[in-house]
Design a binder for this molecule. Structure first.
Ligand code: PMP
Length: 411
């Protein structure tokens, strides 16, 4: 069994050209996957194939290239709809990524429907991109933001969330999986509780898409946003799912070409969804290549991904915990392959730089979750975030490198 799995990971690694290089004279170990994942050949090939064969602007052209480009673009929409199990293909809007998806909902839904005193619930685990858009909305509407607290394992306190909910709650926006700690949140339960008080829900699935199956009908979220680049796809593209009824009730996010039916100087009528929310020429090539990333994940399957990444996390817990001065952050019962930590007496940036000198890429700092870092009363952490192509051998090298660094600093 373990041989079969390691052979497959070996094969998967071959699909990622970038992994096969030395950095600072050492084989690259890439543990910065929560920031962005590397891209398999299929994604790179889809990008260059598109530019070499099909490049044209979409939707309005009648020539062959425009038709090919349009159908490749719309094929990704169909694949995305299947990937998240949306009821209708039109419920998928292409965006720049998670950040844009959340801003779109805050502005096009929140600005239209929220009144002074209405409440938005977020959590203490959120990325800045699921905090700041709601603060901007608060300024614009007079709404109030409430925050679900966490326990010291980095889990949401659901009883406290229950207390926050009331008839005033209009939006509940939480992440599926925390980027800083790897906590998997009980989103289905969170959504059901929000619906009981009539609130709409937005799930930030940026960290879920690479690790965890997404079923928007199963969890019954109203909106869900994610980014292609964290799931082995290109940067600059992502998707927002929204229930048709809500998308249709919303104002446009941006005005311009593509999102209109008719324009006169007196009046403009808007296009149907999803086009109403896709003003201007979109990021066609990256949307097209996004499908290759979805196909890649589907070809591996989440059960294999889960099994392998759980093995990596267990191994990390085994080999990293006995490093002198080690303090891990985030020990949720349900978590993905993220190991966030500090080592007593050594600044996270120093650890990151020393690791880089050994060819190991990790992220250091607040990970765009400053309120979470404040909760732990720290400036930041070192975060090793693992993906499908990482190996237990890499974790052993990582642990040895950390031990070396500790020795150097203790001298
Ligand atoms: N939410 C979470 C949980 C994230 O990890 C990230 C990216 N680090 C984002 C939102 C923002 O994603 P993007 O920068 O791709 O828009």
């Amino acid at each position: 069994m373990s041989t079969a799995v390691s052979t497959s990971v070996e094969q998967i690694r071959k699909e990622f050209p970038v992994l096969h290089q030395e950095v600072n004279g050492k084989p690259l170990i890439y543990f910065d996957n929560a920031a962005t994942a590397q891209k398999p050949k299929a994604v790179l090939d889809a990008l260059s194939y598109y530019y070499e064969h099909d490049n044209a602007n979409i939707h309005r052209g009648i020539h062959t290239l425009a038709e090919r480009a349009t159908s490749a673009y719309e094929d990704t929409r169909k694949a995305t709809s299947r990937f998240v199990n949306s009821n209708e293909v039109e419920e998928i809007i292409f965006t720049k990524g998670t950040t844009e998806g959340i801003n779109l909902v805050a502005q096009a839904y929140g600005r239209k429907f929220l009144k002074p005193g209405d409440e938005i619930i977020i959590s203490h685990l959120e990325h800045h991109s699921n905090i700041v858009p709601w603060q901007i909305l608060r300024e614009q509407t007079g709404a109030v933001i409430k925050v679900i607290p966490i326990n010291d394992k980095g889990e949401l306190i659901i009883d406290a969330y229950r207390e926050l909910l009331s008839g005033k709650t209009k939006i509940v926006a939480v992440n599926y999986i925390s980027n800083s700690l790897g906590t998997v949140n009980p989103v289905k339960e969170i959504i059901a509780m929000a619906h009981e008080v009539g609130a709409v829900t937005l799930i930030d699935a940026a960290q879920a898409a690479p690790h965890h199956p997404i079923d928007v009908q199963g969890i019954d979220c109203d909106f869900l946003a994610f980014s292609a680049h964290k799931m082995y796809g290109p940067t600059g593209v992502g998707a927002l799912y929204g229930k048709r009824r809500l998308l249709e009730s919303m104002d446009p996010y941006q005005g311009g070409g593509e999102m209109i039916k008719d324009v006169t100087f007196e009046k403009t009528t808007y296009n149907e969804i999803p086009y109403k929310f896709e003003a201007g020429t979109p990021n066609i090539a990256d949307v097209v290549a996004f499908k290759a990333a979805i196909d890649f994940i589907e070809s591996i399957g989440y059960s294999f991904i889960h099994e392998h990444e759980e093995r990596l996390l267990n191994h990390a817990n085994k080999v990293l915990m006995d490093i002198p001065g080690m303090t891990p952050f985030g020990q949720a019962r349900e978590k993905t392959s993220v190991f966030s930590f500090n080592i007593e007496g050594i600044h996270p940036f120093d650890i990151g730089m020393w690791l880089d000198a050994k060819g190991i890429a990790v992220r250091t700092g607040h990970h765009c979750t400053q309120p979470l870092m404040d909760w732990f009363k720290i400036e930041g952490t070192v975060r090793a975030s693992m993906a499908i192509y990482n190996t237990t051998d890499e974790l052993d090298t990582f642990a040895a490198a950390l031990k070396d660094i500790v020795k150097k600093f203790k001298k």
